[in-house]
Write a new protein. Structure first.
Length: 255
């Protein structure tokens, strides 16, 4: 089974590589979006300050543009909401990028061991620079096919599936299902597909930052139907707004 990302998603470049931001419009957009979100992030209530700071410290020795991206990504990522859906045990973080969510999941639960899997080799190298000798987090190069190497209590897809084709999405979830222990869970957090300014804002955002070519979003209900059709039991299905984005989250259990 071949599970391949779309063309630009796995380019071996840092996400905020300066060479990718030379266009004035692109640079202005980055500053505008993320400075706004970071202001909201810094002033909001109820988020895990200690946990977010612990994640930021992991990246202290990395290049400036990586550290900027980490802080800005934290501004728009509903970190606490995603982590709360994840079980203890061995957890795979598919499309982990620099490993922000991976580190946070390990920080929040000492009974978790996290394996971050990423198709961009440079991001994997950067992420591995944040891992100590006794860390419960490790990162490896690959895609969902790597899940066949062992069994997991949980597999997380956070903001990655919409960068795959519809066929690639289903193949990735099939691979995840096959890798789960009995009672293991698949957690999907993605942008909710809807006819609203928030949905189109995300499309604009992805296109300007050049994260991908065409994207393929689904509604929470569509994710739930797919997972149910693969023999998984739906534990949770919901939509929620976090700053300028509408998110959907699905938790499904292997019976």
């Amino acid at each position: 089974m071949q599970v391949s990302p779309e063309k630009d998603w796995h380019e071996d470049k840092d996400i905020l590589d300066p060479m990718r931001g030379t266009k004035k419009f692109q640079s202005v957009h980055i500053v505008m979006v993320y400075s706004t979100c970071y202001y909201q992030y810094a002033s909001m209530h109820g988020y895990d300050k200690a946990g977010r700071r612990a994640v930021v410290r992991k990246y202290g020795s990395l290049p400036f543009f990586v550290r900027v991206f980490i802080r800005l990504r934290l501004a728009i990522l509903p970190l606490e909401e995603v982590e709360a859906m994840v079980p203890s045990g061995i957890v795979a973080d598919i499309g982990c990028g620099y490993g922000i969510l991976s580190h946070y999941m390990a920080y929040k639960d000492s009974h978790r061991s996290i394996i971050g899997i990423e198709y961009n080799s440079l991001l994997v190298n950067r992420a591995n620079q944040t891992v100590g000798h006794k860390n419960r987090v490790r990162f490896m190069y690959g895609n969902a096919e790597m899940l066949s190497l062992q069994k997991y209590n949980g597999v997380v897809f956070c903001d990655i599936l919409h960068h795959l084709s519809l066929q690639g999405q289903e193949q990735s979830i099939i691979a995840a299902r096959a890798s789960l222990l009995l009672g293991g869970r698949i957690i999907i957090k993605d942008i909710e597909k809807e006819q609203s300014i928030y949905y189109y804002w995300n499309l604009f955002h992805d296109r300007v930052l050049r994260f991908s070519g065409p994207t393929h979003h689904r509604t929470a209900r569509e994710w739930a139907v797919m997972l149910s059709g693969l023999g998984l039991r739906i534990i949770e299905e919901r939509c929620f707004r976090h700053f300028l984005y509408n998110h959907s989250s699905i938790v499904a259990e292997r019976l």
